[in-house]
Design a protein around this ligand. Structure first.
Ligand code: PLP
Length: 229
């Protein structure tokens, strides 16, 4: 069925649902940014979504992003890129060069290497800390109880500006509990940005205060290969 719907129509449906979710809780729809997650899709699959007016795109792997975005960036200079997957320290330089927002700052070593690269390059991406709200061993992110200390280390030891928090709730749990927890921690730390909500739960995330939703399959259709979720 979904194959018969064009990318433009899918995008319109998502935008409409986002706006309704925001208005339903008295929020301005313009305060929520849709990140279209293009992982596993090539430039030709992404182009129609750009042509339909989408400007913010997310990738979970630095290397995959490097393979397809630089050319599109030349053609569409106003695109904005978001790194939403875990980062190795040897990829920090590339990530800072390519992404406008990094959602996955998750350990002291990455904070240190990022700080060095930001000073060296003079490029200043917006930074979010990933929180492993479900305390899952296979997932990246700091645990909720470690978040205050980690944000403090980022700010005070490394001079980084942290703008918000990001989470990926456990697949088998009620996401709203995790969204509420992330919102509470962000509120306590006075962090304005909340990156939460994917294709299955972005409306709920908006009800709980998401300022970024990361939506892949609802925009692009089902992914073929099962790479990193
Ligand atoms: C793939 C991915 C998404 C988008 O997932 P969908 O369920 O296709 O919307 C969002 N966030 C992260 C971190 C991802 O890796």
């Amino acid at each position: 069925m979904t194959e018969e719907i064009s990318p433009r129509e899918r995008l319109e449906i998502v935008r409409e649902k986002m706006a309704n979710a925001a208005r339903g809780v008295g929020r301005d729809p313009d305060d929520v940014c849709l990140i279209a997650v293009g992982k596993t899709f090539d430039a030709e699959a992404i182009r129609p979504v750009i042509e339909a007016g989408q400007r913010s795109f997310g990738e979970n792997r630095v290397q995959e992003a490097q393979g397809k975005w630089p050319d599109l960036k030349v053609q569409y200079p106003d695109l904005e890129f978001h790194l939403i997957g875990p980062m190795q320290s040897n990829k920090v330089k590339d990530a800072v060069g390519l992404f406008d927002v990094i959602h996955t700052v998750d350990r002291p070593k990455i904070a240190r290497v990022l700080a060095e690269e930001i000073v060296r390059s003079g490029i200043n991406p917006k930074l979010l800390v990933q929180v492993n709200t479900g305390e899952e061993s296979q997932k990246a992110g700091v645990f909720p109880k470690e978040t205050d200390d980690f944000v403090k280390v980022c700010r005070e030891d490394h001079g980084l500006t942290i703008s918000g928090l990001m989470c990926i709730p456990p697949a088998d749990e009620e996401p709203s509990l995790h969204f509420a927890l992330l919102a509470k921690i962000a509120d306590r730390l006075e962090l304005p940005e909340l990156s939460m909500g994917m294709s299955s739960d972005y409306e709920t995330a908006i009800q709980f205060g998401a300022t970024y939703v990361r939506v892949g399959s609802a925009v692009f259709g089902e992914r073929q290969a099962h790479k990193h979720g």
